[in-house]
Write a protein that binds this ligand. Structure first.
Ligand code: M6R
Length: 635
């Protein structure tokens, strides 16, 4: 949820080649600039408040500023009340858990007479008991947050040891829950200490400067060299050193990696919002996720798969665990994988999975789907599955994140950074990756002949071009959305793979435009939801290809007639050339022809654009919808 950034640097640039030089640290504006820039890139993780804390040579106390609301409020405060030059900084953008979004509850939280500052991502579950104990010792508290307890505990440990790293380890050992903590102390103005337990933290490795971030977006503008920290590790950063240890103080190691995208990928690139840009990135997201998955003979090869082929051959059940949009991608994949591999596939919301005593054993393959790779509900499902003996394969977009690290295998989607809080391009990339997995299993287990796998792959490779065509037709969708800005209820219907697309269309409209929206399986309508239809009720219907099998098309056309007979206004997504459906549609959004299983990659795009355009018409912030956060790192 919250975004965290940390920085320490020597503070000057050497004459040669603009490289940061070496020598005694000098206070400068750079720590604040890096922290604010990092917060800007991490604001998608939470935007209830923002704050920074700075330390520097000669500064008796931590200098800080924190403000409720979006980052802009903090920036305005800093303009009216500038902070001094510094050598190290920590910064925080908050998604509130304990305590409302106020200036006081904003991070950093200060302790040790204003000489220590702490920021936190996660939830400290034993904060009430710790706060009681500290209060009994006379420690004053000013906020309602769990974080302030960690700050006061760290101050107490620091007073005892005089060593910020040891104090952080001792504090971490006392905390129950999930946390990433960063701290700076005025005593040591070039050191930032971090701790992580079930919450993300990545190190950026610079020259004469080092960085910390909830994810690499915080520092990718400065360095692509990164260090992934493991669970329960402490990191101590100075401008020229990065030391990792565990919570018992034993030396530990992070895992180095190079970020494979650059800062421009996390810019709006001329679009009015990240969401618009990311919707337009979708042809690339699909194409890049398909890249490099086959050998010269055309066989699918999955390099990162560390699961033995014999184990994969023996799999007798697949369970997809995921949340939100990622779960709907899993629903789409279920149809394809069952069809291609003849393996039963269950799709389970990750937060429901481990509480229902699921039947999981060594023949179960659990597929965890997550854009961020940090969703706590999904991570917990991964851990539960592995404890039960299942193998876990992660389909994840974010390098260096926790879920792939804790899984047996990973299939990365290559959608690039997704900044808008509502997911768009990740959905298409997740479906693509799950299809690659399905085809790989079909190839491995002999369910499909090589030429059949090749034919389906060829269809998949056609999809980026077709998605592009849908994007080029978006003006009619936008105009329709603008004309519907006063709607308060919209329904979505789909059958087969169109059903999860309907669910995703409804989710997009809810989260972007704050409109009550529901997705239904078209066949379920007559079992109750049809009572919702009255005169003029807008209903989106995803119409299957008329060329498909199993009379799917005619069944959905019948469903359209049923709702029209009751006054519904039908907004139909249909394939080019589907003349039959034309008669039953009030509005038609045409998509290119594609095989049934490929259609979700096209049909969802007008729904994304519709939700974005309608929200924009209502004057809403499509990148940062209210109450949401991109990476849900609490359960
Ligand atoms: O990072 P993840 O893919 O694990 O996130 C899962 C959901 O939280 C996410 O898809 C969420 O539903 C988005 N708001 C959807 O737009």
């Amino acid at each position: 949820m919250c975004g965290i950034v940390g920085y320490t640097g020597l503070g000057f640039v050497s004459a040669e080649a603009g490289a940061v030089g070496h020598g005694a640290p000098v206070a400068s504006e750079r720590p604040l600039e890096v922290a604010l820039e990092g917060l800007k890139r991490l604001e998608y993780r939470g935007y209830d408040s923002a704050g920074v804390a700075l330390v520097g040579p000669g500064l008796e106390q931590v200098s800080f500023s924190k403000k409720a609301g979006k980052l802009g409020n903090l920036v305005a405060d800093l303009e009216s009340r500038p902070l001094p030059a510094a050598t190290a900084a920590i910064g925080h953008t908050r998604w509130a858990t304990h305590g409302g979004p106020t200036d006081t509850n904003a991070h950093p939280h200060l302790a040790d007479g204003g000489r220590l500052a702490v920021i936190h991502n996660g939830i400290i579950e034993n904060f009430a008991a710790l706060r009681r104990d500290l209060s009994a010792d006379g420690v004053p508290f000013v906020s309602d947050t769990d974080t302030e307890v960690a700050a006061q505990l760290l101050a107490k440990e620091y007073r005892a040891s005089g060593d910020l790293t040891a104090a952080m380890a001792a504090t971490a050992r006392r905390l129950v829950g999930t946390f990433t903590l960063l701290a700076v102390h005025a005593d040591d103005p070039t050191t930032v200490v971090g701790a992580r337990h079930d919450s993300p933290l990545v190190v950026g490795l610079g020259e004469g400067e080092n960085f910390l971030g909830s994810d690499v977006a915080a520092f990718v503008a400065h360095t692509k060299e990164a260090l992934e920290l493991g669970q329960d590790q402490i990191v101590t950063l100075t401008p020229t050193s990065v030391d990792v240890s565990d919570f018992d103080g034993k030396p530990a190691q992070g895992k180095r990696f190079t970020v494979d995208w650059d800062a421009s990928a996390a810019e709006k690139g001329g679009f009015s919002s990240f969401m618009d840009k990311e919707i337009h990135d979708q042809p690339h997201a699909v194409a890049d996720t398909l890249l490099g998955r086959t050998d010269e003979a055309g066989n699918i090869v999955l390099d990162d798969l560390r699961i033995d082929e014999a184990v994969l051959r023996a799999v007798d059940k697949i369970i997809v665990v995921a949340c939100g949009t990622a779960a709907y991608a899993g629903h789409v994949a279920k149809y394809a994988i069952e069809h291609w591999c003849r393996i039963p596939v269950e799709v389970e919301l990750a937060h429901e999975f481990r509480y229902r005593d699921p039947i999981v054993n060594s023949k179960t393959l659990v597929v965890a789907v997550s854009q961020s790779g940090e969703t706590m509900d999904t991570l917990m499902a991964v851990r539960h599955a592995r404890e039960q003996g299942a193998k876990v394969l992660a389909i994840v977009n974010t390098n260096g994140s926790t879920i792939p690290r804790e899984s047996d295998a990973v299939l990365y989607t290559h959608a690039g950074p997704e900044i808008a809080v509502a997911s768009t391009k990740a959905f298409l990339a997740q479906i693509t990756a799950a299809y690659i997995l399905g085809l790989y299993l079909a190839q491995l287990r002999g369910n499909k002949f090589p030429d059949e796998v090749a034919a389906i792959l060829a269809e998949l490779r056609e999809m980026p071009r077709k998605v592009q065509t849908v994007l080029e037709r978006s003006e009619y969708v936008r105009a329709t959305a603008r004309s519907m800005a006063d709607q308060d209820k919209v329904l979505f219907l789909g059958r087969h793979v169109g059903f999860p697309v309907a669910l995703e269309g409804a989710l997009k409209l809810k989260e972007l435009a704050y409109i009550h929206a529901e997705g239904f399986a078209a066949g379920e309508l007559k079992h109750g939801p049809i009572a919702l239809i009255d005169e003029g009720q807008p209903v989106f219907v995803i119409v299957p290809s008329p060329r498909g099998r199993d009379q799917l098309h005619s069944k959905v056309v019948s469903n359209i007639q049923e709702i029209r007979a009751r006054g519904a206004r039908t907004l139909v997504i249909a394939e080019d050339g589907d003349d039959e459906v034309r008669r039953y549609a009030d509005e038609i959004f045409w998509i290119p022809q594609a095989p049934t299983l490929m259609q979700p990659l096209l049909a969802v795009v007008p729904l994304q654009i519709f939700a974005m355009a309608l929200a924009t018409a209502k004057g809403l912030d499509v990148d940062q919808p209210r109450n949401l956060a991109k990476s849900v790192t609490v359960e």
